[in-house]
Each structure stands twice: as C-alpha cells, then as structure tokens.
Design a protein around this ligand. Sequence first.
Ligand code: FES
Length: 170
Amino acid sequence: MSEEKQQVSRRQFLNYTLTGVGGFMAAGLLISPIRMAIDPVLKPSSAGEYANVGLAVEDITTEPQRVDWKIDQVDGWYESKVNRSAWVFKNENDEIMALSPTCTHLGCVVSWEGSEDHPNEFFCPCHDGRYYKDGTNIAGTPPTRPLDLYDHKVENGMLYLGKAQVRGEA
Ligand code: FES
C-alpha cells in the first residue's frame, strides 16, 4: 500500500517537473518573437527630432551654403546612420531657409548655381530642372513643385534641422 502511494507520488512529481520544464521552454520560445514583434512599436519615434547640423547661426548668410549631417534612423528592427543635406541661407526677411537638395522631379541632387547658364538659381543636372532661390520650381522645367523645406530651430546659437516638409505646388 505504502509502495503504491510512493509510485503515484513519483509519477506526480515527474508530471509536475516535466510540465514545469516544458512550460519554461515554451515561454522562452515565445517571449523572443513577441518581444521582436512589439519592440519597434514601443520605441519612441525619431520622426520630428532635430539634429545639430554643425552650423552657427552667425555664419548663415544670404548665399546658400550646403550642410551635411547624419541622423540615426530606426526602420523596424534595423538601425542605421542616414546622410542628410540642406541648402541653408537667410532670405530677404532675414529668415533662415533650409531647403532639401532633392529634386522634386525624380530625386536627383540640386546645386546652388549649378549651371553657368542659370545664375542665382538651384539647378538639377539630370533633366535641367530649375528652382528660384526660395526653392520654388520654375515653370517650364521638369519639377512640378518646390524643394522641400526643413523645419528648423536655433539653440545656443547653433542651427538644428528637423523634418523636411513638402510645400504646395507653385
Ligand atoms: S530629377 Fe531633377 S529635373 Fe529630373
């Protein structure tokens, strides 16, 4: 009788042990994919963040100058450094303008006075796209809307740039 009781007890012990170990292993297998699935959602978005582009406001003139910087980009689980560029200058109202150099036609890179034939304009060499100094596309050239304009702010005398905003069609 007592031996039978001990056998049942041993069986129960094995059942509990195997169930426990199996449950522990199943939890371990499930936690990793669940964490991977929700981790990017829990991370704060980098959208809208401003970056110090290394340009002092006192060095910004009415002549567009190109600034380049890198941002940390999180794309799902993939984190990388991404290059950003802008043409920065002060307009006639002494306001800071930071234009994206990406042509709004097909995405080539525009340059300030990139063509000797078109001074005082932004020029895209891919299909002769042209923009006025304020980034407005010139009618009759391929681009159909102005260059994007970066959000900006000034802190401790340094220029910070945020997201490039699409502007309306000219
Ligand atoms: S990509 Fe700039 S004009 Fe076509």
